[in-house]
Design a protein around this ligand. Structure first.
Ligand code: TRP
Length: 456
């Protein structure tokens, strides 16, 4: 536990309980990454072997970094940039660690800009489902429906705008107002609905083929790029590597156990991703769809499943509603660290900062909206703007940020400071964590990078 001279308080208040923190952190972690992105990139990368590498990365690399981030955040109790600069100074006389926080703030901007576009699609599908337009829809019309949404920059731009307004609204009022209560109800509802869908997929879908696809590793299908995207996705899905967890950790009470909290959040996040895969792939295989379809995968499969289910209109409306909510709680968390940083450095009020940051992200988001229509031929380093933002953030910025965070807690902070923050009842896990942030994480991330650029 932190000793009295290291006890600091955050300007932005504290979570009401450890459960509230677990819920807020899972609310940030569970989002489009689990339900939209995980199935689609698992599909693109051939399934089983990718899933295995992803699981190893989540527990072997993502979990230790989550522990590091909460620890740093709670010890510094400032926004991620100032916290890193402050602790860097305190531990090693080096303020340049603040740059790691800045990299994270940049990643927040870029991620939210395209995240909001996909979240906008989810919102659009609430209305599609609610109007009955998905009833008895066949595979071909489902594909066409998705393409007509993304093909129109005006329509998808409007939904993107709508989602950004909702997100700005909550961040402007302060993250803890309302968010805690919402997540407490929405997360269990999302899980319940996924189980209902799982029942459908087991009965009506090709569950056996999906199971083999997801869990029988075929290493011949896995490329070095695939390994990098499994690593990148482990960071993305847990929201680590960019200071977002640090920002939430700054509002955690000194008594809460960081290790137990992190294990809970990582387990919930992983379970939901696997569940989403087990819902979607049986439908993909039963309807002869392509698992490597890409970002449209869930928007083209879920409607087919629901369209045939009795009561499907209501259930599918609820599904997209919950997906949009899951995206919303993540979007809020994505905005929190840039807003906290700008507020503290400029002295501007929260609501003004939130609107300013929100408008900037909203504008950048149009590059992603246009990637599916007017700019679909524009090729940057990693494809369209949408693809490039995704690649740059998930596969490069987050692993680099995570690497720096691991090195900071493993090498720069002294052992007394880190053990100060950790629950003494989990001593063995604490030692495992130290070994992983000192050696395992840095070496693994480094090797995966070298591998992806073709050096080994
Ligand atoms: N974890 C979120 C998801 O799976 C996405 C995300 C990445 C995120 N980084 C974040 C959310 C930072 C909040 C804060 O959908």
């Amino acid at each position: 536990m932190a000793s009295s001279e290291t006890q600091r308080h955050s300007l932005h208040g504290q979570w009401s309980s450890r459960l509230a923190f677990i819920l807020a952190l899972s609310g940030s972690a569970v989002g489009l990454g689990n339900i939209w992105k995980f199935p689609y990139i698992a599909g693109v990368n051939g399934g089983g072997a990718f899933v295995l590498v992803y699981l190893v990365c989540v527990f072997g690399i993502g979990l230790p970094i989550m522990i590091s981030e909460i620890l740093i955040g709670r010890r510094g109790r400032r926004n991620p940039v100032s916290t890193m600069a402050f602790l860097g100074e305190e531990e090693a006389g080096n303020k340049h660690w603040g740059l790691v926080g800045l990299l994270g703030v940049m990643a927040s901007f870029l991620i939210l800009s395209y995240y909001s576009v996909v979240a906008g699609w989810a919102v659009a599908y609430i209305f599609e489902a609610g109007s009955g337009a998905l009833i008895k829809i066949d595979a071909q019309s489902a594909v066409r429906k998705f393409e007509s949404l993304t093909g129109s920059w005006v329509i998808s731009g409007l939904w993107h705008t709508f989602f950004m307004i909702l997100t700005i609204f909550v961040v402007a009022r302060g993250v803890k107002l309302g968010l805690e209560r919402a997540v407490r109800i929405l997360m269990p509802a999302l899980v319940a609905l996924l189980f209902l869908l799982l029942g459908y997929s087991m009965i009506e879908g090709n569950f056996a083929e999906a199971f083999v696809f997801m869990f029988a590793p075929k290493f011949s299908e896995l490329t070095a790029e695939g390994v990098l995207s499994a690593l990148g996705h482990a960071f993305f899905t847990l929201s680590v590597g960019m200071g977002a967890v640090m920002a939430y950790g700054a509002y955690l009470s000194n008594e809460a156990s960081i290790i137990k909290t992190s294990i809970a959040v990582v387990t919930i996040d992983t379970a939901i991703a696997i569940l989403a895969g087990l819902v979607i792939f049986p439908i993909v295989f039963a309807h002869g769809l392509d698992p490597a379809e890409g970002p449209g995968l869930i928007f083209q499969t879920i409607p087919i499943a629901f369209g045939q289910l009795p009561g499907g209109r209501i259930v599918s409306t609820m599904f997209f509603l919950l997906l949009a909510f899951a995206a919303w709680t993540s979007g809020i968390a994505l905005m929190e660290s840039p807003v906290a940083w700008l507020m503290e450095t400029t002295g501007l009020e929260r609501w003004k900062t939130a609107i300013f940051v929100g408008i900037a992200i909203w504008l950048i988001g149009f590059l992603s909206v246009l990637s599916f229509n007017k700019f679909s031929d524009v090729e940057l380093l990693w494809g369209t703007f949408f693809q490039s933002f995704d690649y740059l953030t998930a596969n490069i910025m987050l692993p680099l940020g995570g690497l720096a965070i691991a090195i900071f807690t493993g090498w720069t902070m002294c052992a007394n400071s880190t053990s100060d923050e950790v629950d003494p009842s989990v001593g063995r896990i604490y030692r495992m964590w130290r070994v992983s942030v000192k050696f395992i994480v840095p070496v693994a991330v480094f090797l995966i990078f070298l591998n992806a650029v073709g050096i080994i």
